[in-house]
Design a protein around this ligand. Structure first.
Ligand SMILES: [Zn+2]
Length: 141
């Protein structure tokens, strides 16, 4: 697991382009928080498609916000955004988690290298549960 940080706005944009190109999705726009800020945000409504983040954010935090962008794109593609808004699949639901898993795999080569312990407790618990499920399947076979 790694907690490397972005090295500035150009680095943030480069990582976003790399990850989004894997999904054939147009990269998001960025607005900047102060360097050292530890939180990111995927902006809603009229500013949808914009990530608010520090230029020296940890890679994992950028990947988390990019997963919101990829998830949003996926919902828009399927034209179901209005149906799922407010439902189970907004926020950090199953489809968001799939986007984050794949984004982590693209960037780190293995989603296990994403520092799940640093993310929201609900995501950390979900990841830990996933690992237990995987191992129990392996043991049964
Ligand atoms: Zn989030």
């Amino acid at each position: 697991m790694t907690t490397n940080r972005c090295r500035g706005p150009d680095d943030v944009r480069l990582i976003a382009r790399l990850v989004c190109s894997e999904f054939h999705v147009r990269p998001p726009a960025f607005e900047w928080r102060r360097p050292g800020s530890r939180t990111g945000r995927y902006l809603p409504h009229q500013r949808l498609g914009t990530i608010l983040i520090a230029p020296d954010a940890p890679h994992w935090l950028l990947l988390h916000e990019l997963a919101h962008h990829l998830h949003q794109h996926e919902m828009t593609e399927r034209a179901v955004a209005s149906l799922t808004r407010g439902g189970d699949d907004t926020g950090h639901g199953p489809n968001f988690r799939s986007c984050l898993m794949v984004a982590a795999r693209v960037w780190y080569g293995d989603e296990a290298r994403y520092p799940w312990y640093a993310d929201y407790p609900a995501l950390r618990r979900w990841w830990e549960h996933e690992q237990r499920t995987r191992f129990s399947v392996l043991e049964e076979n």
